[in-house]
Each structure stands twice: as structure tokens, then as C-alpha cells.
Design a protein around this ligand. Sequence first.
Ligand SMILES: *Cc1c(COP(=O)(O)O)cnc(C)c1O
Length: 414
Amino acid sequence: MNDLFNSFMTGPDDKGRFGKFGGRFVSETLMPLILELEEQYEHAKTDPEFWAEMDYLWKHYVGRPSPLYYAERLTEELGGAKVYFKRDELNHTGAHKINNVLGQIILARRMGKTRIIAETGAGQHGVATATVCAKFGLKCVVYMGAHDVERQKPNVFRMRLLGAEVVPVTSGRGTLKDAMNDALRDWVTNVQETFYCIGTVAGPHPYPAMVRDFQAIIGKETREQIMEAEGRLPDTLIAAIGGGSNAMGLFYPFLDDKDVGIIGVEAGGKGVNEKMEHCASLTGGRPGVLHGNRTYLLQDEDGQILEGHSISAGLDYPGIGPEHSWLHETGRAQYVSITDKEALGAFELSCRTEGIIPALEPCHALAHVAKIAPELPKDHLIVMNMCGRGDKDIFTVARHLGVNIAGEEGRDLG
Ligand SMILES: *Cc1c(COP(=O)(O)O)cnc(C)c1O
């Protein structure tokens, strides 16, 4: 690590490592592709034309900057710290994922690639990728666990409407982890024209750093917006963590601001227990290697990857981005977990006090806000990333509330 003691923003090192995490654990056949990608990204990253194209599309296609919103009634109800929402749920396609997809696909176009592949779990990253591919007229193939194809029919339908081919993955247990493995295999066999667009800060180097850099627009805007609103930086940042991309995007531009506290919120499912009915890789897992990098993982005693459980399909990746593992071990960021039940409580709170129907993922972050805000002074500033909207989750929530809104879609999501 270049300058660990002076800065948290210099990582990864040239081997792609954040301390002892990250790296590039891939087969020899994959190595040349990864190296080409790294070289091209390093070049694009310092090219003002690349960022000019990003800025244009962020503004006119995605709808950035997203507002930084003072959640006044929520703040009053909690009775302590002043709470702001970073409104990334207002982006085109309803979440932060498109920030990163846009970056990778503009890079793919610069590299002359014509075929984009992606993995998806709940389908959100698949939909974002299919969207941007349609916009640019690129072929799009999305790998999705067969089990998830069954559970997430509305998103499968959306991807197909957008012109993508959805490939159900039956290897392994037919979930996100297996979809990612199949996408990596596809990449090796279709080298020339294919670009692999990963949906979170995971995978072999340079993906974790590249995805973070694209999502860092969230934190960059937040810095400017909070300076304008309050004339100073926030005291605490809070974000939900699946693989960790929306959180890394908010946190990264603040890593060297020592007085800004950073909290990542993992999915605690039914509780971080022995039965692993949760997705809290940092709070309930241990280090291992998955998808080309070393990081904290949910695994059994023999190192078999476990699937975990969360009410929120977008949080059930069995690992976490390697940079989070490093921030956890260095103590720069704190990681906590929130249960399904607590997240549902936060869902109701946001609807009722702010008129915002949130995705179940950021409800985990909000539930932690609701836990700590009442004990904090009124001049304590919290910024929480509202990283997705909840339209996709109303059937899940209805089921948990015992309400029957069943049309076709309700049953599909069941
Ligand atoms: C995919 C998704 C997540 C989880 O992914 P991260 O990489 O951890 O950000 C969280 N929230 C929403 C709304 C999502 O769509």
C-alpha cells in the first residue's frame, strides 16, 4: 500500500491489493483480458474526454446530480441528529447501479467491444446494463441464476424488453455467485468482442477500484452539496452494503477526512447466527478467495461458500468488496448489521414521514440511522445514501405485512 499512514485514498497497490485484500486470483487464460482492461482503464481515467462524455450522460440520461435532501420530518421524529438523504433512487432505472454501468460501457466502446456480458442476482444490475446497451445499440447477454430467474420475473421481462438475452445459470446452486462464474467463463471464450460489466466493487483487479471510481460521483456530489447546505462536512456517512458499491461511492471521497465517521450496514437477515441466515460478510464471515479477489466471505468450516439470506434480494452477495474488508481491518470504517424486521420498520418510517418509498436495501441503512440518531446532538449531521426506490419491493413488503395485493406480479415475486 503506497502511503497507508497518510492516506486511505491511494489504494489499491499495483497488484490490486488493499492491504491483504483484493488482488487478482484468476486463471492464466483470463489474465491477458484483465491486463488489457487495466491498461485501457488507466488511460481512460486520466482522459478529460472520457469524463466529459460521462458527465454529459450522467446529467442528461441518468439525471445527475441527485439531490441531497434534508429529511426534516424524519429528523423531528427521531429527535436527535440532522438527517440528510442522498437521493440516488431518483436516477434513471431507480438506483445507483447505472452510474457504474455507464462508465464501464463507455470504456467498452472506446475499446471497440460490441458485446456486453453481465451477471445479475435480483436483476437490478442486469436491467441497468440492458438499458445502457439498448441506448448504444450493443449486444447484451445477462447471466442469472436459474433460481433467481424464477424469483425475479418482472426484471427478467424488463431485460428482455430492453433487448437483452437472459441466460439462466443452472451450475452450482443457480444463484448470483454461479452467474458470476459463468460470466467469467463466457469472457474467456469470447475474448475479442466481449466486455464483462461487473455490478459491484468485487471481482479481480481492476474491477473493485474501477467500479468505486465510477460510483464516487455519489460522494463527490455529496461533499459539494453539504458544503452548500451546511458550510461543513457531515459527521457521519451511512450506506447499505451488498457487494458494497453504493457505499464505496459515498465513502471514498471522504476517506481522508478524519472527522467524518463512516458506517456500512450489512444485511443481518434473521440475525447474525450460526445458521448463517444473514448476508453479513464482515460481521459474520471470514477471509477467503471468491471471484478473483481475497475478501471476507460467508463460508462454512470447509470453505464452501454459503448463500445466506436477506429480505432484500440486492444484498445477498456472499462476499463484500475487498476495499471494505481493508477499511474494516484498519478501523477507518465501522460495519454493523440490521435484521429483516428492522429494515421493514425503516421502510414504513420513510414512507410515513418523508413520502419516499425506499428500496429494501437502503432501508437497512435507514434502520441504523433510526437506531443512532436519537442519541446524537441536534447539530450532528448524518448523510444516508438512499440508493434505490422501492417500487420493486412492494410485493415483498405486502407479503410481510400479511396484505394480499396478488396479481400476477405479486405471485411471481413470491
Ligand atoms: C444492487 C443494489 C444494492 C447492493 O449493491 P452494492 O454494490 O452494495 O451497492 C443496494 N441497493 C440497491 C438499491 C441495489 O439495487
